[in-house]
Design a protein around this ligand. Sequence first.
Ligand code: ZN
Length: 222
Amino acid sequence: MNNKKHISSNMSQIYTMDVEQDIRSALDFANLLTRHKIRGEFYITGQMLEKYPKQVKQIAKRHIICAHGYHHEDFTCVSYKDADRIIKKTVELFKKHKLKLIGWRFPGFKFKNSQLKILVKYGLFDSSIRDVAMQRWKSILHIRNFLSNMKRRRVFLPVRFPKNLDERPWSKIDLNDSRLYLKQGRLVFHCYNYKKIKNEFENYLNELPNRSKLRGISYINN
Ligand SMILES: [Zn+2]
């Protein structure tokens, strides 16, 4: 049975990694997923691409490439105009390296509401919002982001999120959770602590029951 088609819907468990340092861990993670024929998503800074173009292109052969700021900026400290400039510069850098960029994750998941409009403008989906927050706050999620930023002493207008925003929320990965295999969505790994959980994650992949394969992991078709 070819179940690859129906898993490519958004009902998938997708492994994602934020890469702003430690290219070795990113490569390790990519290779592990490739060995399991799983397609992951890598959120990479422009700076890392400048420093390690070969390695990033290696990852891009099998996996999806998204961006994670240019210098891992804190976008809550950046004006709309500067945010646009940074995102544009990042998009152009990936283009220059012939890498197709389809999504974005704000460093530290921190952003001002208005900046989501810039992602729409450049045709990128966003993956900076946690799924539990989305479910809890629904249509007033923009207020929630306003409040979180206020706590960080970053005050700006609580404008609504753009209607045509393509939001693909992230969620936490907990390898001790015995029902983790039932979790859907984009699970976040960080390059800086990957080494610590690497073996545990490999065990998890090895032990995944077949039924979870049916529930949907994004597989590499070629
Ligand atoms: Zn990061």
